[in-house]
Design a protein around this ligand. Structure first.
Ligand SMILES: C[S@@+](CC[C@H](N)C(=O)[O-])C[C@H]1O[C@@H](n2cnc3c(N)ncnc32)[C@H](O)[C@@H]1O
Length: 277
């Protein structure tokens, strides 16, 4: 069967996703798919493409089909064990890199809720600094560990499976803590996209009744783990979440600066004991 026939036959999948799936199965670049629409595929390959396109039409995210997601211009391995890194999260990484650029003495960094490792591994790659990646999900850390090898930073990263700071030593303090913890409220759950609800790990998204339960526990423990002169960067989103977490940080004694994403939404809260500028 020809590529064009497969693309014409398949319903419910947008054209770009089709090209992505074909490029993945044929192990070629997307342009090569588009330039060879007349290419005939053997029966087994055609069957594999059709099966994956069917999964896509039923809502499986493209990144879980191709097992790759680009983040900060690097290619991350992803599957159902981890949240697919979102472009909005690049705002947090940019914020962290700006601070580390200005304060090269910050050496000890922790990525809380590391998932695929998107945030921490990019920081390790761009700065050469050591990172501790913490996640409550061992399955997620297995993916992060693979990504650390793929990105060539395995020797810079320690992995720790822990419910927040439970597994870290109290005497160990960090210069910078980055966190993208779950922040979806139960009331917002129904309005999430079907693909997200059905496929992405609930532990990565579910922030409890008001969406701020994990962040509430995180901010309570945070002061014990941050050095004087250190800072925390938290990704937030959703109705009212920025306000809730900002208040928690202020109540814990932090000065808080808010960073917006490219769509103008309040996306990252940067907390520090003293002004960072
Ligand atoms: C929103 S995802 C972020 C993943 C990744 N950092 C990113 O930005 O793409 C949240 C992550 O926090 C982890 N997590 C949830 N509750 C946690 C807890 N109590 N302690 C540590 N990690 C937790 C989840 O397993 C998930 O990997």
């Amino acid at each position: 069967m020809k590529i064009l026939d497969i693309m014409t036959k398949q319903e419910g999948v947008d054209r770009l996703d089709m090209v992505n799936v074909l490029a993945f199965v044929l192990a070629v670049r997307q342009e090569e798919v588009l330039m060879n629409l007349d290419r005939s595929l053997d029966e087994e390959t055609a069957h594999r493409v059709s099966a994956l396109l069917k999964e896509r039409s039923q809502g499986k995210p493209l990144a879980y089909i191709t097992k790759r997601k680009e983040f900060f211009s690097e290619s991350f391995f992803v599957d159902e064990r981890v949240l697919i890194p979102r472009p909005d999260t690049e705002t947090l990484v940019e914020g962290a890199l700006e601070i580390l650029n200005k304060k090269p003495n910050m050496k000890c960094i922790l990525d809380m809720g590391a998932g695929s490792g998107a945030i921490g591994l990019i920081i390790a790659k761009k700065t050469g600094k050591r990172i501790v990646c913490v996640d409550v999900s061992q399955k997620a850390l297995t993916v992060a560990e693979k990504n650390s090898r793929d990105l060539g930073v395995r020797d810079k990263v320690d992995f720790l499976c822990s419910d927040l700071f439970g597994g870290t030593r109290r005497e160990k303090k960090f210069d910078m803590i980055v966190a993208n913890l779950p922040y979806v409220a139960q009331t917002e759950w129904d309005s999430l996209m079907r693909d997200v609800k059905a496929h992405e790990p609930r532990t990565a998204l579910d922030g409890g009744a008001d969406g701020a339960e994990v962040y509430r526990r995180f901010v309570q423990e945070l002061p014990h783990y941050l050095k004087t002169g250190g800072c925390v960067l938290c990704e937030i989103g959703g109705a009212g979440r920025a306000e809730q977490v900002r208040e928690m940080l202020r109540a814990a004694g932090f000065l808080v600066v808010t960073k917006r994403d490219l769509s103008g939404n309040e996306r990252v809260l940067i907390g520090s004991w003293t002004s960072l500028s």
